[in-house]
Design a binder for this molecule. Structure first.
Ligand SMILES: *Cc1c(COP(=O)(O)O)cnc(C)c1O
Length: 362
């Protein structure tokens, strides 16, 4: 497609009245393909369906990984990305785990900058709204043989989005199934992890809950996370969260909240969190609050924890510390306060983004 017609497409695009979260897709996407042993030249193109072999590894064997990130405008003169290097590194860790060649920083930077720039006139800018970005890697090799796969595609799609209205959710402890094993892909953001959780999610919904609360894959004793969000509990005024153990996905939001907590004078405890201890803490009032966190919702309060025996424990407080943390994070993301930890990146700066993605880190 020519630049002129792409520009025309962008000019003619209008935001629908009802946006929702990650439902409306921007009219453009970025695509780059890997074949003959290397990633080729990427390009911005109209958002459209893609053609893929029904035998493709992504479809047959789940060779797929993805990221979720956001560009925020609101008070800022140009859209800003939040900690994009975290998503870049995690995408490449996931890719490596499922034998997809890593995406070069140059291409990832180019994709982000081009897509955000193309969408800049329709990034909604009320507080909470954003351009949700979905980098995706697929194994497209059309063969049932599990070796010698050498075709891959990277896509960056975008979705102008409303705030994710996080009504408090009710979670139900999943004591039988698990979403991921240590040594498996739990710490990687791959589609298969979600598929593994669908049946349990349906069971929760049928029982009047929203989502399963996953326990550790070995003994089903310690709480881990939800299917797409990490969890945190306020116990005796401190913020407790399960430590990363190899089966928990290391969320960017989780990491950011841990760092932000010290700015807010909240003490954080990362540890193994036995589920029965948590239930006792809720019963006796030591645990006042329980919430989930992730890029989409930022924080999502939990109003009750259910168990297989039919008990349901309500949380004494809902959205107190969670709301405080969310507000502090949004203030940074939307440019209302100084950015003490250097988290935001002006999305018009491609060269600097490339540097940022390739910088050594501890
Ligand atoms: C994406 C995801 C999260 C949250 O990660 P963020 O980087 O904070 O968005 C948590 N758990 C799982 C299983 C996830 O896939």
């Amino acid at each position: 497609m020519t630049t002129t017609s792409l520009n025309q497409l962008l000019r003619e695009y209008q935001l629908p009245e009802q946006l929702g979260f990650a439902r409306e897709l921007a009219p453009v996407m970025y695509r780059v393909d890997y074949y003959d042993g290397k990633w080729h030249t990427g390009q911005l193109q109209p958002y459209d369906e893609i053609s893929i072999s029904p035998a493709a590894n992504a479809l047959q064997f789940g060779q797929q990984s993805f990221e979720g990130m956001k560009a925020y405008q609101v008070t800022q003169s140009s859209p800003a990305l939040f900690r994009p290097e975290m998503n870049f590194r995690r995408l490449n860790r996931s890719a490596k785990r499922i034998c997809i060649p890593e995406i070069p920083a140059q291409l990832f930077a180019e994709a982000l900058i081009q897509v955000v720039d193309a969408c800049k006139n329709f990034i909604p800018n009320n507080s909470g709204q954003s351009l949700y970005l979905r980098p995706t890697l697929l194994g497209t090799g059309p063969t049932f043989a599990l070796k010698n796969v050498e075709n891959f595609s990277f896509f960056l799609m975008a979705s102008p989005s409303d705030a994710y209205y996080a009504d408090p959710i009710k979670v139900m402890i999943e004591r039988k199934q698990c979403r991921a094993a240590v040594g498996g892909t739990g710490a990687d953001k791959v589609g298969g992890n979600y598929a593994a959780g669908l049946q349990s999610t349906q069971k929760c919904i049928d029982a009047g809950f929203d989502q399963p609360l996953w326990l550790d894959p070995d003994l089903r004793q310690n709480i881990e996370e939800l299917s797409g969000m990490n969890v945190m509990a306020v116990i005796d005024g401190k913020l407790h969260t399960p430590s990363l153990n190899g089966s928990i996905l290391p969320g960017v939001t989780r990491n950011s909240i841990i760092q932000l907590a010290s700015v807010l004078n909240i003490e954080v405890v990362e540890r193994d969190m036995p589920v029965d201890e948590l239930l006792n803490d809720i019963r006796n009032g030591n645990c006042s609050e329980f919430f989930a966190c992730g890029t989409a919702a930022i924080v999502c309060p939990i109003s009750a924890v259910g168990d297989v025996d039919g008990t349901e424990l309500p949380l004494p407080a809902i959205d107190k510390m969670a709301a405080r943390i969310k507000a502090a994070l949004l203030d940074i993301q939307e440019g209302r306060v100084a950015d003490p930890l250097g988290w935001m990146h002006d999305a018009s700066e491609e060269e600097l983004l490339f540097k940022r993605l390739t910088q050594k880190h501890s």
